[in-house]
Write a protein that binds this ligand. Structure first.
Ligand SMILES: [Zn+2]
Length: 413
């Protein structure tokens, strides 16, 4: 970080820069407030930051000069409102982006994601995942680099979501069991190498896909405002969980917390690849639903899509309904155990679990309430995830984090 370079033309912003000397520490918090939609106006920003109006004005002007936000000095007043409306703040429509990548058992996808969790562009998902992680990550980075070239956007960094626990601090994919990757593959290092080889700017990160989905939902979706947010979701295969505490992912001592897929919910159940039996991973994922409903999974589309389609299209079929109810009961049992241990203030469900919740919300909520001490007394809200591609948006959050921590330091190089 040079600290001296100024991206603006000479002569602009001198007075705001003087004020900013006092407000530089507020740039990151201010950007995060606009990024998460909590500061729609300069008046709210001033109040949230606890600074003077002049300092908030300088901070907003600096973020605008960095190309990150837009300050609308003349917003149309709402009909019937009194007085002069405050300057409206929003993320810049044409600002920098993060390259986000996701690999799952049925393919991969690249996207560009701006501030505010806005997906700017996506490259069509590929259907074949090679057994060599370097090949897959090379292809997904190349797809992202092509999007950057097409759009001409500046890249702040890259983030990757994988369907595996990612051990920290090394960034190893410990159990990519539904991919043919070797266990313990150093995915973050491989991804970073591919990002560098493509000539892209900024740091590269990698994390578990459900952790990233939870982070994205907390900042931009169904988890906003929650303090102890529990997220449980199926990917295309298997079941994952994540906990966001006070805005931060709880990842445990080495990144491996919340392996909720291996909660046993059916002692008589199917053998699981973890060595146990009847885990959520094998009792409440898309393949489990298809099997319980007596449907042979077809090769033509992802198991998640086949399972979703079955519930959306054939819930009147008694075999489908019975299968869905049995999955709801097992999921509910797992959630009840988690409620007792973690005492979340909100639960959000993704993937097939979201579809099951929407198919029969009363049944799922009743199972959780009946089987959990805190669930019965308090009634924990259980909501569907609301973002499309939340793991991709979460992967982008990783790449955005250095900018959110210190916008000047990250962008003015
Ligand atoms: Zn298991």
């Amino acid at each position: 970080m040079s600290g001296k370079a100024d991206p603006r033309p000479a002569g602009e912003g001198t007075t705001s820069r003087t004020r900013l000397d006092r407000g530089r520490g507020a740039l990151g918090p201010a950007l995060e407030l606009v990024h998460t939609g909590r500061a729609p106006t300069r008046a709210v920003l001033t109040a949230e930051l606890g600074v003077t109006r002049a300092t908030a004005g300088a901070v907003a002007a600096e973020l605008e000069a960095l190309g990150l936000i837009r300050v609308d000095a003349r917003p149309g007043a709402a009909a019937g409102s009194q007085g002069r409306p405050s300057h409206r703040l929003s993320v810049a429509e044409d600002g920098p982006v993060a390259l986000a990548a996701q690999v799952h058992s049925d393919g991969f996808r690249a996207a560009l994601v701006g501030l505010g969790g806005r997906i700017v562009a996506t490259a069509p998902g590929c259907e074949v995942v090679d057994a060599d992680p370097a090949k897959v990550l090379g292809s997904v980075v190349a797809a992202g680099a092509e999007l950057l070239e097409e759009t001409g956007r500046r890249c702040v960094g890259a983030g990757l979501a994988v369907p595996s626990a990612v051990a920290e601090p090394e960034g190893l994919a410990l159990n990519p069991l539904h991919l043919a990757w070797p266990a313990g593959a150093p995915v973050r290092e491989i991804f970073a190498e591919q990002v560098r080889a493509a000539g892209l700017d900024g740091p590269a990160f990698a994390a578990n896909d459900v952790n990233l989905a939870a982070l994205a939902e907390h900042r931009h979706g169904a988890g906003r405002g929650s303090r102890d947010l529990l997220c449980v979701a199926t990917g295309h295969r298997g079941v994952g969980g994540a906990l966001v505490l006070d805005g931060r992912l709880h990842s445990g001592s080495s990144g491996l917390a919340l392996e909720v897929g291996h909660l046993a919910v059916n002692p008589e159940g199917r053998p699981c690849h973890c060595g146990s039996r009847g885990c959520l991973d094998v009792e409440a994922d898309p393949l489990a639903l298809l099997t319980a409903a007596g449907r042979a999974p077809g090769p033509e589309m992802s198991l998640l899509k086949q399972a979703d389609d079955l519930i959306h299209g054939q819930y009147d079929d008694p075999a489908v309904r019975t299968a869905a109810e049995s999955l709801i009961d097992r999921l509910g049992l797992g959630l009840a155990g988690l409620v007792n241990i973690l005492n979340p203030d909100r639960i959000i469900l993704g993937g097939l679990h979201r579809t099951l919740l929407e198919a029969d919300p009363d049944r799922l909520r009743a199972v959780v309430a009946d089987r959990s001490l805190w669930g019965r007394s308090g009634g924990v809200p259980i909501l569907p995830c609301t973002l499309d591609h939340n793991s991709l948006v979460g992967a982008a959050e990783l790449a955005w984090q250095p900018v959110l921590d210190d916008p000047l330091g990250a962008l003015v190089r």
